[in-house]
Write a protein that binds this ligand. Structure first.
Ligand SMILES: N[C@@H](CCC(=O)N[C@@H](CS)C(=O)NCC(=O)O)C(=O)O
Length: 225
């Protein structure tokens, strides 16, 4: 059976955190795809996205020009189901259930962190500890707890949340980027070094270097405008 033709509709690499998730998942698991890039700052952005994605949001995955899967987590689930030979979710029912729980928690939660510290992948702009409010602090503390728990309970076989890289990591990579670019000292939020090491691990992935290069080019282009 031939591989499906995948086209992934994504937004700007510097700011579109939801786009980064399936992009990284596909790159990491060597699932070939073409990119359809939408400039989310363009005046006709809604029409441009709606030409591909019925939700009017990115990311969306076009399969064989026949169907569209939209929403980052639905795309991840679709790929896990259709590439069952690759462990996009961890092996083992217990680990899989926890990986799904932490992924869903990211997908539906951490509103304060997302609002106050939007992904700005290629710009370093540290925030003072005193400027971090209670709601963002609670989000950061919860993420540190969750990362420590996954690493300790399930991470024995490798440096990622469940050992090897899975969908759970893909969901949290944009958070790691925020901690880096906003200069968040995770030790001040309950980290014993585990979460800081995890940030280092995910941001050192070679696929992330490619994404960062593109994000930096975008930012340089905007500065020149
Ligand atoms: N729950 C969605 C969120 C998608 C989303 O909010 N995408 C943003 C970009 S990161 C978007 O398409 N914004 C375009 C707009 O609002 O016009 C997912 O997980 O894919």
């Amino acid at each position: 059976m031939s591989e499906p033709r995948y086209r992934l509709v994504i937004g700007n690499k510097n700011t579109s955190s939801w786009s980064l998730r399936p992009w990284l998942l596909m790159r990491r698991f060597l699932i070939p795809f073409e990119e359809i890039a939408i400039d989310l700052r363009a005046p006709d952005v809604k029409e441009a996205i709606l030409a591909h994605s019925p939700s009017g949001l990115v990311p969306a995955l076009i399969v064989d020009d026949e169907m569209v899967v939209w929403d980052s987590l639905a795309i991840a689930e679709y790929l896990a189901e259709h590439h069952a030979d690759r462990t996009l979710w961890p092996a083992g029912a217990h680990a899989r259930a926890i990986a799904r729980s932490v992924s869903a928690e990211m997908h539906s939660g951490f509103a304060a962190l997302r609002r106050e510290m939007p992904m700005d992948f290629a710009r370093i702009k540290p925030v003072e500890r005193a400027a971090i409010g209670d709601a963002v602090e609670a989000d950061i503390r919860r993420i540190v707890t969750l990362w420590r728990y996954c690493r300790q309970e399930f991470g024995i076989g490798g440096p990622f949340l469940f050992g090897d890289y899975t969908i759970a990591d893909t969901m949290y990579v944009p958070v790691a980027s925020r901690f880096r670019t906003y200069g968040v000292d995770l030790a001040a939020f309950g980290d014993d070094g585990t979460a800081a090491a995890y940030v280092e691990t995910v941001l050192s992935m070679p696929e992330i270097a490619d994404w960062r290069m593109a994000a930096e080019a975008e930012v340089a282009g905007q500065t020149a405008e």
